[in-house]
Design a protein around this ligand. Structure first.
Ligand code: SF4
Length: 461
């Protein structure tokens, strides 16, 4: 079959991946990891095609024309809660033109039977992208599907779940993702040291239980290192040396992390960015990462408020964070701190303390995510129980263009204004701007950082 992996068009730049959709916070756009992983799985059995309307900045009309020219038998599309109203119109039109449409994304992560019942254009929903479910489904082998919502012989939605998400563990194998099918231009990431970069996943899910995060609900599985190296060597052979590892905590299984770093170090020509956690960023791991070509680490700080960290099961106290940032600096790594703002317990004081902490940590970049009650998370249940969220409100964005939830003490407008002020106060410090300028190593970096910086400040004006 001709199977098209589709990232649909939209009015804004949407990032719909890993069951978390959002608008881009500055101007970045990396490869949609779900489709990257599925490209290998599908290419083994079908004629796999890719159309990323976000990277190609395609409007709906030209996107429909491109799909018509590609003439797929089946479309496997990303969908997102952030863009749901647009996605459903676009994909319904494709179904109307006779295409079979399967989809995956956060909006289908919870109550998927209800979504299928409401959306007749949607043939089935995938709930895992790092397995062979799509291939089994297209071959009619329903008995081998691990986790999908499909339709029975009468067209009624039917949930097939043989492996509970939270219980996924051990290792998984997927055929080499076909990066070469994705556009060569259109992806942008200011932490990357060169324009050309690839997005790679070496594990799936996350072993931690932070209750606001959907990835912690997916279980945790790792790929064999030789499979990861096969993928990376294919990228190197094609001229790509810059990698963004999408693993949520790089090297969380220490021995495996060290082994992977040693293999990357041996190659000697890679340069990369990865996520880690302050409590796993040991000297040993950071040193191994730096030797292997890592130049930037993104660490979840979340909040300066220990009560908030404890309520949402972050697993460390704010005081544990500073050591990790110091260690990263000692190993010559650039640091990005990510935060979640606007949880129900957030106050003006806790936001002020969080900003102070971000400045004290002397991080290179601060990334603020606005709390949203993501489908399938314990936080969603809590926000609904507190009456802060409406269960029928399906469209949400953690990118920070809008505030989605009030807190117990701040309404949405106040929350958004405080968040915007935090961004301006962090980035518009003369000392910070001077440091940024001095640290730029190439024309590409200068261009990317200026573009993303302006986009971020415009959004938080
Ligand atoms: S916030 Fe990070 S560490 Fe916590 S569950 Fe999500 S991915 Fe894992």
């Amino acid at each position: 079959m001709r199977v098209l992996l589709l990232n649909p068009p939209g009015e804004r730049t949407y990032i719909r991946d890993y069951f978390c959709s959002k608008t881009t916070k500055s101007n970045y756009l990396f490869h949609p990891i779900d489709l990257v992983v599925l490209s290998g799985t599908l290419a083994e059995h079908h004629d796999a095609l890719v159309l990323d309307c976000m990277a190609e900045r395609l409007a709906p009309g030209p996107a429909h024309d491109r799909i018509a020219a590609l003439a797929p038998d089946v479309i496997v599309s990303l969908v997102g809660s952030v863009s749901w109203n647009e996605d459903r119109v676009f994909l319904a039109a494709e179904a109307h033109r006779g295409r079979r449409v399967l989809a995956l994304g956060d909006i289908l992560h919870e109550r998927s039977e209800a979504r299928l019942a409401e959306e007749p254009w949607l043939e089935a929903a995938l709930h895992v992208f790092a397995n062979a479910d799509v291939v089994h489904y297209l071959a009619g082998r329903r008995e081998r599907i691990e986790d999908m919502t499909v339709r029975d012989a009468t067209g009624a939605p039917e949930r097939l779940q043989r492996v509970e998400r939270a219980h996924r563990k051990g290792s998984y194998r997927v055929p080499r993702p076909r990066h070469e099918l994705f556009p060569q231009r259109g992806y942008r990431f200011s932490f990357a040291r060169s324009r050309r970069f690839a997005t790679v996943l070496t594990d799936y899910g996350c072993p931690y239980p932070c209750t606001f995060c959907v990835i912690g609900t997916l279980g945790f599985q790792t790929r064999p290192i030789e499979d990861v190296l096969e993928e990376i060597d294919a990228l190197r052979a094609g001229g790509t040396r810059e990698i963004f590892f999408m693993d949520q905590t790089f090297g969380v299984v220490r021995a495996r992390g060290r082994e992977l770093c040693a293999a990357l170090e041996q190659r000697g020509d890679l340069s990369w960015t990865a996520f880690t956690r302050p409590d796993t960023a040991t000297d040993e791991m950071l040193a191994a990462m730096a030797r292997a070509g890592c130049h930037t680490v993104i660490m979840g700080v979340e909040s300066a408020d220990d009560a908030i960290l404890a309520t949402y099961k972050k697993g460390y106290r704010a005081s544990a964070v500073s050591g990790a940032f110091l260690r990263a600096k000692r190993h010559g790594l650039r640091t990005v701190g990510t935060f979640i703002v606007g949880l129900p317990e957030e106050t003006e004081d806790s936001l002020a303390a969080t900003l102070d902490l971000a400045m004290e940590l002397d991080m290179d970049f601060m990334s603020l995510n606005v709390a949203v009650p993501r489908f399938g998370t314990p936080f969603r249940e809590r926000a609904l129980a507190l009456g802060l969220a409406d269960p029928d409100d399906l469209v949400m964005d953690q990118g920070g263009a809008e505030a989605f939830l009030p807190t117990k003490t701040l309404d949405k407008e106040a929350m958004l204004a405080l968040k915007r002020r935090m961004v301006r106060r962090f980035y518009l410090r003369p000392r910070y701007l001077w440091k940024r300028l001095r640290s730029v190593g190439s024309l590409h970096e200068l261009r990317a950082q200026v573009t993303e910086g302006f986009a971020l400040l415009k959004r938080n004006a």
